[in-house]
Design a protein around this ligand. Sequence first.
Ligand code: HEC
Length: 191
Amino acid sequence: MNKKLTVPSCGATIAAGAFVVTVSFTAVAGAEKFGFGSTPTEQEIAAIDIDVMSDGRGYPKGSGTVAQGKEVYASKCAACHGENMEGVKEAGGAALIGGRGSIGTPKTKKTVESYWPYASTLFDYTKRAMPFNEPGSLSNDEVYAVSAYILHKANIVDANATMNAETMSKVEMPNKDGFIPDPRPDIFNYR
Ligand code: HEC
């Protein structure tokens, strides 16, 4: 049994066993205007283009000190993460420090200090998602400052540290070697 289906003006031919189906498209992709949407402005793109990569790409301008971060933390984070970053169960805010060396032991305690391999994640996540009740509300300076304070409380940077794009990129997290690279060869989102 041989059959050939033809739809006017063709683009693709699919042959499967005895059947040959020819399908075609007359509309040219992208040539139509649908009457909605608009080209985003540079500012609109910049407002959502906030990802910071582990190699330091994406850090914005700005800076903040440990001392400034202490203030930010007290007013915008402590309620949910605890005065000493020990976590507040009822608020759902995890402990942010402690547990160093515990990963892989029966007493694994995952925190920024013990688990996170890159400081960029601290900046990116805080800027994007915290405070939980008002995500995106912190200025870049505030995010640098509160990152400095958390890294200091985690014994990763000094009390007089100033964090900015350059100093954040140089931070070596305690668990930086705790992950196995798995570069899926078919995913090229960040080239
Ligand atoms: C209203 C409560 C609340 C406030 C305020 C808050 N957080 Fe959180 N935070 C959370 C919750 C809940 C989570 C877990 C979110 C999730 O898993 O989706 C979290 C997660 C985090 C994490 C990830 C912890 C981990 O190991 O997974 C970090 C880092 C963090 N917050 C930092 C901050 C910083 C910095 C501030 C202040 C600028 C802040 N948070 C303010 C509730 C809060």
